[in-house]
Design a protein around this ligand. Structure first.
Ligand SMILES: [Zn+2]
Length: 386
């Protein structure tokens, strides 16, 4: 009995220590994009970039602060505490149940898979069930929170559900979208990781396989592990997993996309105020004739998204143009295997980071994302690549 108590106390203490872990955002300059890749090769956790002053933000623990000294640190600040208003997996599920109850003609909730720890991965389908448009309706798929700590992305997904249900009766544009299309929203693809963010580690990024976790957005079976755009080391923040497509979150997204064959996929990440299109491994590019429409759509999407500063808009490019090589990423698989026009939006700027003050930034962030996803809904009837 005493041993058990001791064990329980030790575990509780470990939990507290982990929670008490102090993190810092450290901003360092870069001259060429290749330098960003070098930082990552050193095993540093790259949080985001700021294209205004060509700087990279790293997330480092208090103990590792010293290791960044030789990088020409521009600034550093402690990572803010995570505001309670952001959703945990249980709160998200309750919220989705409410929408389904309140808008039974417009919302259907569906579990698209189970995480390693047995949590449902929820999707909602937004469409007017009784419209006269013949099935199958054209679809768009929005996903959020491949990465656990990117909590604002789930808020944007919730706002899409909220906006389309509450404005159905009054806004003809919304009514038309909901009558004509199926809009699939996956608000929290990585519920295990998010649970860990709340319970243990606010800066957790991956899922929780084996305790070390897999980076879900390096696990897709397209160019998996191909171009040094991920890590084979289990404890790296970009660990690609034991084999391609091994993770339940990856499988859930792939099965959904293969089944509904959407015209667009919009995948929310944070942060950096950029729009990313395929491919992630330099020098691969989207081939003609798709390139013209794909790149034009990405640029227009980026131009609709106003930066947190209130002036200027997001920038569009490939991952290697803007950040570094990425292999096994979702958008490469979406387009490379399924011919779905897929985009990553990295929302919020480096001043806000992964978990901006909720009161101050939640509403303005979700509102600033509306012109983006609405633009894609407007493009559903335009010529595309499928
Ligand atoms: Zn991310």
């Amino acid at each position: 009995m005493k041993q058990w108590l001791f064990l329980a106390a030790s575990i509780a203490l470990m939990g507290n220590q982990a929670l008490a872990q102090k993190y810092f955002y450290v901003e360092v300059p870069f001259k060429a994009v290749s330098e960003v890749g070098e930082l990552r090769a050193r095993g540093l956790d790259i949080a985001g970039i700021n294209l205004e002053n060509n700087s990279v933000s790293l997330v480092v623990t208090e103990n590792d602060l010293r290791a960044t000294r030789d990088l020409g640190v521009l600034s550093f600040r402690e990572v803010d505490r995570l505001d309670e208003e952001y959703k945990n997996p249980i709160e998200l599920e309750a919220l989705l149940i409410d929408y389904e109850k309140n808008f039974p003609d417009l919302v259907r909730r569906e579990s698209i898979g189970k995480s390693h720890q047995g949590r449902d991965i929820w999707a909602v389908v937004l469409t007017q069930k009784h419209s006269k448009v013949q099935a199958p309706k054209k679809a768009m798929v929005v996903d959020a929170m491949h990465h656990a700590r990117e909590v604002m992305t789930t808020e944007v997904a919730i706002d899409i559900i909220d906006y389309l249900t509450k404005n159905y009766e009054t806004e003809p544009k919304v009514r038309n979208w909901m009558d004509t299309y199926e809009i699939w929203v996956v608000p929290m693809l990585n519920p295990d990781g998010n649970n860990k963010v709340w319970e243990e580690d606010t800066m957790w990024r991956k899922n929780t396989l084996g305790g070390y976790g897999v980076d879900v957005n390096r696990n897709y079976p397209y160019s998996w592990g191909k171009c040094n755009g991920s890590s084979g080391f289990q404890f790296s923040d970009t660990y690609r997993g034991p084999s391609e497509g091994s993770e339940p979150e990856t499988k859930a997204m792939m099965e959904l996309i293969s089944r509904v064959q959407p015209k667009f996929n919009l995948s929310f990440h944070s942060y950096s105020e950029i729009v990313i299109y395929p491919f992630g491994c330099e020098p691969q590019t989207v081939p003609e004739p798709d390139a013209q429409i794909y790149l034009k759509t990405a640029k227009e999407l980026a131009s609709k998204l106003v930066r947190d500063s209130g002036s200027g808009s997001y920038k569009a490019g490939t991952a290697y143009d803007l950040l570094y090589n990425v292999d096994g990423g979702s958008i490469d698989w979406m387009y490379g295997k399924e011919k779905v026009m897929s985009f990553v939006v990295e929302l919020n700027g480096s001043s806000q980071g992964f978990q901006p003050n909720y009161q101050k930034w939640r509403d303005s962030t979700v509102k600033r994302q509306r012109p983006g996803w609405m633009y894609l809904l407007d493009q559903m009837a335009a010529p595309g690549i499928k």
